[in-house]
Design a protein around this ligand. Structure first.
Ligand code: NAP
Ligand code: MG
Length: 401
């Protein structure tokens, strides 16, 4: 068979632990037999990040800016225990955070749906794509405890530090707490553009909610920026695609999402996205079935799984024990990257292949062959689900493919 050719590389970011093992197997069994794979390889495994003082992470993000499409394996974000385990020089920052900062991107998470696994909200028959604004609000806050009799102010100074305005936050009649948060017009605008672009890609409407009736300056700014960018840059394109943008209060959005059948892009402020992404992911079933993509406002894409390196399974694997780790979200990272590469390069064979690999994966599960995490969730008449190990699941998909 003639392998599918690629004209431009994909940036490949290798990772850690169990997902690093799956990474090799996916390439070996599902991709390389069919594609003359062209990647620019960066090893983001923790050892290599430590050896290069994390320069490899920065280089991989710069390469993504250059080539436009990346596929990333899950990576360890070091904590104190990892510093000891890997004898690290430093507690390196989260690679995802570094890449997101360099690309100024927004993360979109979407569940992968299969027949036989019903979401906990049975009405959600289509994916809810969740976009989280990953800048500011309480995540970059300043906060303090305040004692009875003290007063907290919001003070704005000019660039030389001279006071311009001062507003009392509260004169404390008892002990309490105070918090200062901020956001940036430019960051909100990037977020809005990323959401609108992604919605156009997937041809789904955008819903966005904030609390502008209570927060008449802060949250209202989010509403105004979204509305302005939509009207000036996207309204026409949305109309052509038959999709729409809805802004409404966050409480109303939550109520509408519950009643909806999915098929929407839900844009969330930072905290809402943090909380709601866990709710939505849980409602759709397993972490192993949640895909994720980072999209920059100028249209660069980095595809990955939403889950981590599945450490518990990796330690079993190292001891020679059998594992049954779900590789679906990691396969989706590859198919997402291949399809996007194909789309950008005008290479329909690549796009087609990505679709077929997704179809083969879904068919494999729907015909009853799956990893352990899905077994308790799967209910399909006349089919008794079969639990496969990490590698045999991939072999089964290869057979279908
Ligand atoms: P995790 O790797 O997502 O795994 C948590 C648990 O969820 C697993 O132990 C497993 O449950 C289940 N699970 C997750 N993915 C699965 C899959 N594909 N198939 C089957 N079960 C799956 O999260 P973690 O254990 O909190 O973090 C491990 C490492 O990953 C950490 O070092 C963290 O820094 C890193 N991490 C990286 C990313 C990223 O690169 N994007 C994201 C999150 C975490 P059972 O053990 O019950 O089977
Ligand atoms: Mg969260």
């Amino acid at each position: 068979m003639q392998k599918i050719r690629m004209s431009t590389p994909i940036v490949e970011m290798d990772g850690d632990e169990m997902t690093r093992v799956l990474w090799q197997w996916i390439k070996e069994l599902l991709i390389k037999p069919f594609i003359d794979l062209k990647t620019e390889y960066y090893d983001l495994g923790l050892k290599e990040r430590d050896a290069t003082e994390d320069a490899v992470t920065v280089a991989s993000a710069e390469a993504t800016k250059k080539w436009g499409v990346a596929v990333k394996c899950a990576t360890i974000t070091p904590n104190a225990q990892r510093v000891e385990e890997y004898s690290l020089k430093k507690m390196w920052k989260s690679p995802n955070g570094t890449i997101r900062r360099i690309l100024d991107g927004t993360v979109f998470r979407a569940p992968i749906l299969v027949k036989g696994i019903t979401p906990y909200v049975p009405g959600w028959t289509q994916p809810i794509v969740l976009a989280r604004h990953a800048y500011g609000d309480i995540y970059n806050n300043v906060e303090d405890r305040v004692e009875e009799g003290q007063t907290a102010y919001l003070v704005i100074c000019d660039k030389n530090g001279a006071e311009l305005r001062r507003k009392p936050v509260h004169a404390f009649g008892g002990n309490g707490i105070v918090q200062g948060v901020h956001n940036l017009d430019a960051s909100i605008a990037s977020f809005a553009r990323s959401c609108f672009n992604y919605a156009l890609d997937c041809k789904i409407p955008v819903w966005f909610g904030a609390k502008d009736t209570i927060s008449k300056t802060y949250d209202h700014r989010f509403k105004d920026i979204f509305n302005q960018i939509f009207e000036e840059e996207y309204a026409q394109k949305f109309e052509e695609e038959g999709i729409y943008f809805l802004y409404t209060l966050i409480d109303d959005v939550v109520a509408r999402v519950m009643r909806s059948s999915g098929g929407i892009l839900w844009a969330c402020k930072n905290y809402d996205g943090d909380v709601m992404s866990d709710m939505v992911a849980t409602a759709y079933g397993s972490l192993g079935m949640m895909s994720s993509v980072l999209v920059s406002p100028d249209g660069k894409y980095e595809f990955e799984a939403a889950h981590g390196t599945v450490t518990r399974h990796y330690y079993k694997h190292l001891k020679g024990e059998e594992t049954s780790t779900n590789s679906v979200a990691t396969i989706w990272a590859w198919t997402g990257a291949l399809a996007k590469r194909g789309e950008l390069d005008g290479n329909p064979d690549l796009v087609n292949f990505a679709k077929k690999l997704e179809r083969a994966t879904i068919d494999t599960i729907e015909s009853g062959y799956m990893t352990g995490d899905l077994i308790p969730l799967f209910k399909s008449e006349g089919i008794t689900p079969v639990k496969l190990n990490s590698r045999s699941f991939l072999e089964k998909i290869a057979e279908k493919l």
